[in-house]
Design a protein around this ligand. Structure first.
Ligand SMILES: [Zn+2]
Length: 381
């Protein structure tokens, strides 16, 4: 039997080793060319902070908000140190599974979408279809954040319904937590270690900060949100990195801690930061402190019963609309007024591991699903 077109295209896409730390321009150019070949208007948006990174925006049909956005990320997670049994950048089919880095997360979905759209003639679109292919999703949704800022600045009207094809084994997910990275610097005063009374020990200060963060985390654990879709509806807090001190015989004059936390869908992402900052201020540290937010990856919360949800429900493997445990570009797209749903082929549980795969049958099915969803959203009366 001849190889399905979607398998051939996936083979081509996974051959671009688009680990988030590396350039993505070749893969973006490949995807952009295919969109142009399908008759789409194609723009490349180069990230202002990194000329080696670009997102692709491709659209077809009359502009408006009643069409559909389909989105995915082109970057993949690293392979170093993982026990792969085959080359992670060469698609290998075995026992009905297509193995490669990115096969499930999420170049399989990109390939399925591009093959599905080849079945629809440009003249059939009555409402706009916008494709958004991003970079640096795996390192904090940085590409979609930059793109969202740009699209908001130019006030580009965009469809409200948005499909993000992360691997969910065809379950519809409408929410996920976000992620916020914060940093606290504690200032001290250096002195010779024989005279600690003349200095201010910043590491002793940072130890108090860590305990304050632990207290806030313990309080948050007792404040579950009313979100039954989430298996663990509390804000997770992680004391992630700590630095400080210069030599064994010097009282340290500086120490820093980085903390990550995951705001729940619908919560103010800055609320936990403000709580931690207030608690640290209460410590009245003798050398003072600074605290700042380094990065916000927004949570996502899409209401039930959007037109896209009804459309996807016909194809979903379960009627339960759930929550993702992982963050997606959907949080940034929602800032543009979109109502994203996460739904796609493959299983997130295999996604970041050795021998990642997407089942061939699911990938082939994804082509049919995307075609039907697009026809219904963008081509019907
Ligand atoms: Zn992903």
């Amino acid at each position: 039997m001849a190889e399905p077109a979607v398998v051939g295209l996936l083979r081509r896409l996974v051959a671009h080793p688009t680990i988030s730390s590396r350039p993505i321009l070749e893969c973006a150019a490949d995807v952009a060319q295919r969109c142009a070949d399908l008759g789409f208007r194609v723009e490349r948006f180069v990230d202002p902070r990194d000329a080696q990174k670009a997102s692709v925006i491709a659209s077809i049909g009359p502009e408006g908000t009643d069409g559909l956005v389909i989105s995915g990320h082109m970057d993949v997670v690293p392979v170093e140190g993982q026990p792969w049994t085959t080359d992670p950048f060469v698609l290998t089919e075995r026992d009905g599974r297509l193995h490669a880095r990115g096969s499930a997360d999420m170049k399989g979905f990109i390939a399925a979408t591009l093959v599905a759209l080849a079945r629809i003639a440009p003249g059939e679109y009555r409402r706009e279809l916008v494709l958004i292919w991003t970079h640096d999703e795996e390192v904090g949704c940085l590409g979609s954040a930059a793109l969202a800022t740009h699209l908001a600045a130019i006030a580009r009207p965009l469809p409200t319904d948005a499909l993000i094809g992360e691997p969910t084994s065809f379950q519809i997910l409408r929410m996920h937590p976000g992620h916020v990275a914060i940093e606290v610097d504690v200032h001290g005063k250096a002195a010779h270690s024989s005279r600690p009374d003349l200095g201010i020990n910043a590491i002793e200060g940072i130890a108090k900060v860590v305990r304050a963060v632990e207290q806030v985390a313990a309080e948050l654990a007792r404040e579950p949100a009313d979100l039954p879709e989430l298996p663990r509806p509390i804000v997770a807090v992680n004391v992630a990195e700590i630095t400080g001190g210069t030599a064994i015989n010097i009282v340290p004059d500086h120490a820093r801690v980085r903390v990550g936390y995951r705001p729940l869908p619908g919560q103010d992402p800055h609320a936990v930061f403000e709580r931690i900052r207030a608690r640290v201020a209460d410590l009245a540290l003798p050398g003072g402190f600074d605290a700042r937010v380094l990065r916000v990856t927004p949570a996502m919360l899409t209401p039930r019963h959007t037109p896209l949800e009804h459309c996807l429900a016909e194809h979903a493997h379960t009627h339960e609309v759930g929550a993702a445990s992982f963050a997606t570009d959907g949080g940034n797209l929602a800032k543009l007024g979109m109502r994203p749903l996460v739904f796609g082929p493959g299983d997130i549980d295999v996604a970041h591991k050795a021998d990642e795969f997407v089942p061939t049958a699911e990938l082939v099915r994804a082509v049919d699903i995307v075609e039907q969803v697009v026809r219904r959203h963008c081509c019907g009366q």
